[in-house]
Design a protein around this ligand. Sequence first.
Ligand code: AMP
Length: 400
Amino acid sequence: MNILVINCGSSSLKFQLINAGTEDVLAKGLCERIGIDGRLVYQPAGGEKEVTEAAMPGHKEAIQMVLDALKNPNTGVIKSLDEVGAVGHRVVHGGEKFASSVILTDEVVKGIEECSELAPLHNPANLIGITACKELMPSTPMVGVFDTAFHQTMPEEAYLYGLPYEYYEKYKVRRYGFHGTSHSYVSKRVAAFLGKDYENLKTIVCHLGNGSSLSAVKNGKCMDTSMGLTPLEGLVMGTRSGDIDPAIMEFIAKKENLDIAGVMNVLNKKSGVFGLSKDLSSDFRDLETAQEEGNTFAANARKVFVYRVAKYIGAYVAAMNGVDAIAFTAGVGENDHLVREEVCKYLGYLGITLDPEANKKRGQEIRISTPDSKVAVLIIPTNEELAIARETMALVQKEK
Ligand code: AMP
């Protein structure tokens, strides 16, 4: 069975068609500038990238173009839509309602709408994609896979904030966590790679990309994660501040004459390594080049980023009373050997020693700690699309 995986944003849409049996990607691409002008990038497996500029007034037109590209007699990979057995949709926020993936019935869609308050930028876009797909493929089963679901196993002490309890009761203000599909996929791959039982392993997953988060996964369950009610909490990120003293918000608002939206804009878009490097870049490649050229702001931005990761690892070792494996994943985690090396320099107390040669490898699952290291340190490339396809396949088969 082929699964179409859709990740829908407000003006963009990424897709992959995956053969669920072989797990091969048959075609992938993205629609950009939906509602503005429109651009489809389509690439069949082993083929060239095709770029088509065409009007995409809305997501329905964008998805129609994707389906047409998949069926195109020359570069398409299927003959008819009957060859798409199901569609898996990434949904950002499932609140407390969705602790696992679900078939997208009308009732579930209503539930996702109710969670929109918690992710006002993301859930409505995800819903637009779901609605458009349902209209174009009314008899194809659709599954929602939530970024928050994997973290729903966190215990109360990890997800409650030190705020009036009624805010949790009335508004569901609590830690939810994000990147859950990645944390789930990577933590499972760690167990498989090490030949260990997932249900009997303590793993820390470091998802370090433009957005970054850590998770503590004990015996197959997420015990804690660094993002919170929103993806702003936790690590220092590309442009997000991560943890700060909340009183800074009032202080900066007064000094800079900003309202709440203005302060939030600074914390989300102008902070992180971008802000620390004096607006040089949020991309670690740029920061490293600048650091080599003697830019001390870029060097400090990287230092602050690394230190925060190391600090969270320490916290999660405490939360799980130990750790067996630490995995690096996502753009920075998979590609940046300097960040991995610098993080691991803080972890000597855990008996971790890094193999410098292995640490320079990229693009594969690999152990980068020495054989005598007390904790296994790994690179595990994440694959959220494959994880969504697997979840979708499992649910559709269960329903049959
Ligand atoms: P992601 O959000 O997972 O797509 O990660 C994107 C980020 O990964 C980019 O902004 C870069 O900071 C980082 N990145 C990608 N490739 C490299 C690389 N070769 N070296 C260092 N950082 C990289």
